[in-house]
Design a protein around this ligand. Sequence first.
Ligand code: PLP
Length: 249
Amino acid sequence: MGRNALDGSPEIGHIAMDIAGIGKRIEEVRGRIRRACERAGRDPNEVTLVAVTKTFPAEAVSAAHDADVKDFGENKAQEFVEKFEAVDPATNQELRWHFIGHLQRNKIKLVVGRAHVIHGIDSVRLARALQDHAEKEDLLLKCLIQVNVSGEESKFGLDPEALAPILREVRGMDRIAWSGLMTLASPTDDEDRLRREFRLLKRCLIEARDIVDSMEHLSMGMSSDFEIAIEEGATHVRLGSVIFGDRDS
Ligand SMILES: *Cc1c(COP(=O)(O)O)cnc(C)c1O
């Protein structure tokens, strides 16, 4: 990792990260979360800020932890392990890691045991592999099912119509605590469209609850759309660039 000659911040690729500004941006984000909750008549304590540190170094985790962030998100198994191991163990004890990427079955052993929540389950095959691994390791895994609410072909996630039949297949897996749903909305600034997509995930959750009553979380909303997601019921917002700055990848 290089050093930026001007301000001494760690450099990732060609992007210099403004470590010193992280605390201030987290406070701004918390204010925006609070105001979105007020507009929606919600309690801000219902919304967990998950700081997404992908592409940023372990120093970013420490800086956000200094601003009292406890929940962190990573989307690549290998990078997650490296960062997890790089964080000071005493700090790491206080953190909850969220694996938010597409989990390949051959990476399960890297993620299980380190992540508190796995957000992106979208197949019975992956669920079964997680169940088997958790059984061997004598663990209980908190998992969220990913739903594709945007209708875009390229996205991971189940079609909303596939959710109920798949839940009936996986609900008997006793090593998985099915905790809710996650989604990525369309990359658009069309507010009506974003609202429709977030509402669709909420309707999916209500339907899912009839099948698995532990389903309660809605992981939706990123830097560009989290206030709308909160107004529509998000319990977890996954925020990267609004806290840590732009990524070069
Ligand atoms: C990168 C990422 C985020 C954060 O994106 P930002 O736009 O930087 O807030 C959230 N969720 C997932 C699944 C991601 O991969």
